[in-house]
Design a protein around this ligand. Structure first.
Ligand code: XMP
Length: 513
């Protein structure tokens, strides 16, 4: 039996990849195709159904995206979301008009009442919250359809012609704010379209490996491996696909966390790839000696990094492909102004100018972070790598306030290790977006045994955040903080005080420098 396919027809909505991700979460393979794809091409894929996405247009605009009307007589079920719902209604004789009152334009969380006799909503509560984002409004329902949901402002929040398997929802079931959105998509796929759930991340892995082999052929691939989740999973994927044609350059700048360099190297030992670990600690520390200004530190690290990578690139000579661990949120962010903050950071994304290559490959660009982690597991990467929290390119340099020395780095490395160890023992590691120890530039008086000490204060930081643009500090249990504090002052030489940072972002940032 061949694998079932869902076609998502893309009308330019902002959540389209999220629809694809939800379908994958339901265990069904899907492809996102532009709305201009000829019907014959869609038919050739033998989909079990089509999903029309949202989009920024109005269906009554002269140049609005359309579909071949034959799509409605072909006999496959269709789910239209937002613009997709309006387009289906418009194409089948309904009427879509601009919402005349501000109240009828709905944006955001909206109480919605459902007809639970409809297959999409069966066994779900009669009332729940949906996420709306529309300025047009379906005034007349096409023949054969009935209303299956309404809100106070909008009598046509959902429509259905169940005999043909046509469903339209004005709201967005794919976003988390729609309380039972995932269940509705699941019902559409399984109860309306007969999905079997025959797709998994293992499948994605096999398909991607096969596609990469074909694309790369006998070519050489270069990858700057940072040890972060994305670049590690990408390295594993390429290692699986092309083995020794891949060269990973891992620059250990001496600003890594405890054991990190060895862990990254060990994770790739099972593959036959060219793994180049550049131990550049001395070079970085020499360049950073005496520098206290945060931006200057970042610049030096960025420049040194590029130089080291460039030197390695020269040794390798020309390569055919430069692989990058871009993931879907990066793709979205690069289009949005807000992303500028992250992009100005130093990471390996800025390398292509310095390396002689023919093409860039980005096999993870359609995946969300947790899907990348899942893929990593599929490839057999160790759990500590796959679940690793974000770690900035300039590493511990951002967590040592003021001048960086080997001694200070060792202190922060040990303290950070203890914090991570205790958080893991408490079962709380996964509940924080990012957490670490930083070394303040402050020394203070303490007493240990019978003697006076004059040592550093270590700050602990733990934040929770959706997007790292804003963040809140985590209310960690006092007894965990106590254990971490006791262990740090006992086990880490040079520290006599532990502080917990209770500042959110803004006004503070996540990192210290
Ligand atoms: P801030 O300190 O800006 O951190 O609130 C937000 C997120 O970005 C990470 N970060 C960086 N990541 N290169 C990176 O790759 C950098 O230069 C950099 N600076 C901060 C930080 O760890 C947090 O996740």
């Amino acid at each position: 039996m061949s694998r079932q396919t869902v076609i998502i027809l893309d009308f330019g909505g902002q959540y389209n990849q999220l629809i694809a991700r939800r379908v994958r979460e339901c265990g069904v393979y899907c492809e996102l195709l532009p709305w201009t794809t000829p019907l014959e091409q869609i038919k050739a894929k033998e989909p079990i159904c089509i999903i029309f996405t949202g989009g920024p247009n109005s269906v009554y605009a002269p140049d609005a995206p359309r579909v071949d009307p034959a799509i409605f007589t072909w006999g496959v079920p269709i789910l239209g979301i937002c613009y997709g719902c309006q387009l289906m209604a418009h194409s089948l004789g309904g009427r879509v008009v601009p919402a005349t009152s501000a109240a009828a334009r709905e944006y955001g969380k909206t109480e919605t009442v459902f007809d639970t006799g409809c297959r999409l909503f069966r066994n779900l509560p009669e009332e729940s919250v949906t996420w709306m984002s529309h300025g047009d409004y379906l005034e007349k329902v096409p023949e054969g359809f009935r209303l299956t949901a309404h809100t106070t402002a909008c009598p046509t929040a959902a429509i259905a012609d169940e005999s043909r398997g046509f469903y339209g929802v004005q709201f967005h079931p794919e976003v988390n704010h729609t309380q039972f959105g995932k269940e509705m998509l699941h019902r559409f796929l399984y109860e309306v379209c007969g999905a079997r759930g025959d797709w998994s991340m293992g499948d994605f892995c096999r398909l991607t490996v096969a596609a990469l082999r074909e694309e790369i052929g006998g070519g050489k691939v270069l990858l700057a491996l940072s040890g972060g989740v994305d670049s590690s999973v990408l390295a594993a994927l390429l290692a699986e696909a092309v083995g020794s044609q891949l060269t990973c350059v891992f620059v250990d700048h001496g600003l890594m966390r405890k054991n990190e360099g060895d862990e990254v190297q060990a994770a790739f030992a099972k593959w036959d790839v060219n793994f180049i670990r550049v131990n550049a600690e001395e070079r970085f520390l020499t360049a950073l000696a005496g520098v206290t200004e945060p931006e200057r530190k970042r610049k030096i690290i960025g420049e040194e990094f590029i130089r080291v990578f460039e030197a390695e690139g020269k040794k390798i000579g020309s390569v055919d492909f430069l692989a990058q661990g871009t993931i879907y949120p990066d793709v979205i962010e690069s289009g949005a102004g807000a992303a500028a903050v992250i992009k100005s950071h130093h990471n390996v994304g800025g390398l292509p100018d310095f390396v002689d290559f023919k093409e860039i490959i980005e096999p993870l660009r359609l995946l969300f972070k947790d899907e990348v982690r899942q893929l990593g597991r599929e490839l057999g990467l160790p759990e500590y790598l796959v679940t690793r929290q974000p770690f900035p390119g300039p590493g511990l340099a951002l967590r040592v306030i003021g001048e960086i020395t080997k001694e200070k780095l060792d202190i922060v490395r040990e303290a950070d290790f203890i914090f991570r160890d205790e958080a893991a023992r408490a079962g709380l590691a996964g509940s924080m977006s990012q957490y670490f120890a930083a070394l303040t530039n402050m020394r203070s008086v303490g007493v240990m045994g019978d003697g006076r000490t004059y040592d550093y204060a270590v700050a602990l930081r733990a934040v929770s955040t959706e997007d790292f643009m804003t963040a809140d500090w985590v209310r960690l249990p006092y007894d965990l903080l106590d254990r971490v504090s006791v262990r740090i002052v006992n086990e880490v030489k040079g520290v006599n005080r532990v502080l917990y940072d209770i500042t959110s972002k803004p006004p503070a940032t996540v990192e210290y420098e």
